[in-house]
Design a protein around this ligand. Structure first.
Ligand SMILES: [Zn+2]
Length: 413
């Protein structure tokens, strides 16, 4: 069988499945009702969920697939994948793949309640707590059921400083949770359920940064951070950020300090960088394999960050295939070593559903598979959504987050 004869299997990307969208990256949460409508519609339309292994075998060796195959993937290992996604998939006879980071795994050894407990009448839905990250026992239970396949999302999912240029300072409510993750990795699994901002002193400089896997890490001299933290503490700590121009003040203090002191920042070497990438990719694979007693063959790049070095090392440590960013010119690819994914559409506006999410999803899938009439239908729904968003926006009813959601979910639009 030639590549051209092989089926294009849509691979959908989800993250969190939750109605709580108040967290830093809440635009990644697909509301539970929208998700259930997606899954219900896929089942009714006769889609059959397959694993990445099935797709790889099909692409590599031409093995058979069901008539309407689809892969459902979930990134980051959120607890809500166990609480909501897993029971819903099970109910409709579909299955999925979760990409997890060992660094974020919750150490609990008890299964936390999920929708199955609600269905069995053991508790009410409103008492479910889905905030946090998956544990090994939950992953193991999902694996055993055959509904969820656990694969790797590398080890840390973090960002590192890449340069000695200061771009901001750690302050209350800032968007740099990785600063705290790097300081206390043992608390990463609690990131969504506790305020960790004080693990690092306010005023700590935020240098230019990038995704951990694609940057040579820069280690600043800690003396400047100590000095700025002391200044901020003397100015009333949290209160000092209420004053206008606090960034300029801290930038001036940094410049002054740098002109008066010899600072000793340095970059990791190319060898150290490669060893770190090897650890991220190889050790995450080994840890998941040991905990779940299985082979891990697939890797999802955190934040879509990869380069030629990381791709080469991924192959060397034994991954069969890795994800391909929609920004990559090779996307979509028919190469079994690349997993081209589509962002799952999250088209729900608060409590007012514009139209059923499942219909939009199915049109999107048919269009992606080359059925042009559905592209038109999808575009019409998309236009309807944009008009509705505009009206809501003019009325002042539109939180910024919903506009973000639409863009993040549809990088191709
Ligand atoms: Zn991720």
């Amino acid at each position: 069988m030639t590549i051209a004869q092989k089926m294009k299997v849509p691979v959908l990307m989800y993250h969190s499945i939750s109605d709580d969208r108040r967290w830093l990256w809440g635009h990644l949460s697909c509301p539970v009702n929208t998700f259930e409508d997606h899954i219900h519609t896929l089942a009714v339309k006769g889609f059959a969920a397959v694993s990445l292994q099935d797709v790889y075998h099909h692409m590599q060796y031409g093995s058979a697939l069901p008539k309407k195959p689809i892969v459902l993937t979930f990134d980051d290992g959120y607890l809500d994948n166990w609480v909501y996604a897993f029971p819903i998939l099970k109910r409709y006879g579909l299955k999925g793949t979760i990409f997890v980071n060992p660094d974020f795994v919750d150490p609990t050894d008890k299964l936390r309640p999920n929708l199955d407990d609600v269905a069995a009448g053991r508790l009410v839905a409103s008492s479910l707590d889905a905030t946090g990250f998956l544990s090994w026992v939950e992953m193991s239970a999902m694996e055993t059921s055959g509904v969820m396949d656990i694969q790797s999302h590398a080890m840390t999912h973090t960002w590192y400083f890449s340069d000695d240029r200061i771009v901001d300072f750690h302050h209350p409510g800032d968007p740099y949770p990785w600063l705290v993750w790097n300081a206390k990795p043992e608390r990463k699994y609690l990131w969504l359920s506790e305020d960790q901002s004080l693990f690092v002193p306010f005023g700590t400089p935020i240098y230019a940064h990038d995704k951990a896997l694609i940057t040579r890490r820069y280690f600043p001299d800690p003396k400047l951070a100590d000095f700025l933290a002391e200044q901020v503490a003397n100015q009333g700590d949290v209160k000092s950020f209420q004053e206008e121009g606090w960034r300029d003040t801290l930038q001036k203090l940094s410049l002054q300090y740098r002109s008066q002191h010899q600072l000793d920042g340095h970059w990791e070497s190319e060898e150290q960088y490669k060893a770190r990438v090897r650890y991220e990719l190889g050790v995450s694979k080994e840890i998941i394999e040991a905990n779940l007693r299985k082979r891990v063959n697939f890797l999802c790049w955190p934040g879509g960050g990869y380069n030629d070095t990381t791709r080469r090392i991924a192959k060397e440590v034994g991954y069969l295939s890795t994800t391909l960013s929609p920004r990559d010119p090779r996307w979509p690819s028919q190469d079994p070593g690349h997993i081209s994914r589509l962002g799952a559409p999250i088209v729900q506006l608060g409590p007012k559903t514009l139209f059923r999410g499942g219909r939009f999803l199915v049109y999107m899938l048919y269009c992606a598979q080359g059925m042009r009439q559905y592209c038109l239908a999808r575009k019409s729904l998309s236009l309807l959504l944009r008009i509705q968003l505009k009206i809501e926006s003019i009325k002042g009813n539109l939180p910024r987050i919903y506009r973000l959601t639409y863009h993040v979910s549809h990088p191709s639009e």
